[in-house]
Ligand binder design. Structure first.
Ligand SMILES: [Zn+2]
Ligand SMILES: [Zn+2]
Length: 290
């Protein structure tokens, strides 16, 4: 399977001279299986460039897995040009919103209103299907088995494990490791701790010996002290997780939008070295062959 990064920026697109090396587009990854099945992880602005290199390979089917419906993970969706071409089949997968009960159709519906976009959904020419999925219920896309895992974020967010062609990857979407804010030696602390450990064990089990873990590492440890509950992880928390699970390669993504290329590289240079696995900063255009 081949994985390519089309958007590695968190929260908001950041074009400009300070982000040319890593890129300013928001989250979007492309996975192509050995059989040629096309799986797209999230539809940030990176999906626009992804779509532009597809024409020769279409008409065909694209499977778009949405981790969650924060803007930076869906706002490229109306610009996914295969939606406008008859004969294409586009399937969009994602979880049900806990508050409203709406399925993943909300990701596109909310944007295809005249006040936001000049084309309405009934004018899209592709055959469009929404698939609302459940945590830990695996499903098949061609030769790939996809398993969604619910990960901590202010809204429902699925991390996706993809097993295919004897290899496996896990993409977290946005993820903040849980921490215990209760006072130690209280019942609340003990109960919360039990829940945290059970969630962590489940995640560790899911990614044990995985070939590539692609993870939200928005903040440095120092920045995180004032950003608890914002829904994002740090480079060090990602490395701890990778170490615990014995992952083979770790890719940091969802780079903080105020970060320049130089600052990003400075942070990376100062990270604790680890001989058990390789770790990399994801950049637009990076390809992983597994
Ligand atoms: Zn995000
Ligand atoms: Zn988010």
């Amino acid at each position: 399977m081949k994985v390519k990064f089309w958007g590695v920026r968190g929260s908001i697109p950041t074009p400009g001279p300070e982000t040319t090396r890593y890129g300013g587009n928001t989250t979007c990854l492309q996975v192509v299986t050995d059989n040629g099945d096309l799986i797209i992880l999230d539809a940030g602005t990176g999906i626009h460039a992804l779509a532009r290199q597809l024409p020769g390979k279409l008409p065909g089917t694209a499977h778009i897995l949405i981790t969650h419906t924060h803007w930076d993970h869906i706002h490229g969706l109306p610009f996914f040009t295969p939606l406008f071409v008859q004969g294409n089949q586009i399937k969009i997968y994602g979880g049900r919103d806990i508050d409203t009960g709406e399925g993943i159709e909300r990701a596109l519906n909310v944007q295809l209103q005249y006040c936001y976009f000049p084309i309405i959904e009934s004018e899209l020419k592709a055959d469009l299907e929404y698939v609302t999925i459940l945590a830990k219920k695996s499903f098949q896309i061609g030769s790939a088995t996809i398993t969604p895992y619910l990960l901590n974020h202010p809204v429902i967010n699925f991390g996706y494990k993809i097993d295919c062609d004897g290899k496996s990857i896990f993409f977290t979407g946005d993820y903040e490791p849980l921490t215990n804010h209760h006072s130690p030696n209280t019942v609340e602390f003990a109960n919360h701790q039990q829940m945290i450990e059970s969630n962590l064990n489940e995640l560790v089990q899911a990614i044990t010996n995985i070939d590539a873990l692609i993870i939200d590492a928005s903040y440095t440890q120092e920045e995180y002290s004032s950003k608890h509950g914002w829904g994002h992880g740090t480079h060090s928390s990602s490395m701890e997780l990778a170490e615990k699970a014995g992952v083979k390669q770790l890719f940091f993504t969802h780079h903080e939008p105020t970060r320049s290329d130089t600052e990003l590289e400075e942070i990376f240079k100062n990270l604790k070295k680890n001989s058990d696995f390789e770790h990399y900063l994801a950049y637009e255009g990076l390809e992983i062959l597994l």
